[in-house]
Design a protein. Structure first.
Length: 156
């Protein structure tokens, strides 16, 4: 196992600190579970209709180290059982963002879905980032695939 990288976390004003910080549910987990953390007065949660989406607060702010990003990903159980996903998956939290951490949750299922206060809604993964140095050229090198796009390498 590699050495852990420090990720600074701060509670948002009004956050329910009793929910605790994101956590890794097993020793081999790649992602730490994020919980819905609604402001006082909104702790009944939200109902997301089929096809709709909502911004779910986590009650957190992050200071992602330079050279890293936090990726937000769906939880597989919610996706399989209820069609709950993140439409911009993976969502990226950049190292220079310091605002509230919210998760865009979409109901791709066929029934309304209730997100309750404290529910695990997504997972976050700390990942290294390499920025590209873009170089303008007149021609790209040739490959066996060439310009073959969608479906060009076989069925499906």
């Amino acid at each position: 196992m590699s050495e852990a990288v420090a990720l600074e976390v701060m509670w948002d004003e009004g956050a329910d600190r009793a929910l605790g910080l994101p956590g890794y549910e097993t020793p081999g987990a790649a992602g730490a579970d994020l919980r819905a953390n609604f402001a006082p007065g909104a702790r009944d949660g939200v109902e997301i209709a089929p096809g709709a989406r909502a911004l779910i607060p986590t009650g957190l702010r992050l200071a992602v180290p330079v050279g890293y990003e936090v990726q937000l990903r769906p939880r597989s159980g919610l996706a399989l059982k209820h069609g709950i996903t993140l439409p911009n998956s993976p969502g990226t939290i950049d190292s220079d963002y310091r605002g509230p951490l919210g998760v865009i949750v979409m109901n791709a299922g066929d029934a309304p879905f209730h997100v309750g206060h404290g529910d695990r809604i997504a997972q976050m993964i700390l990942a290294p980032v390499v920025q590209a140095r873009l170089t303008l050229v007149e021609r790209l090198d040739e490959t066996a695939r060439g310009a073959g796009g969608f479906g060009s390498t076989g069925v499906g």
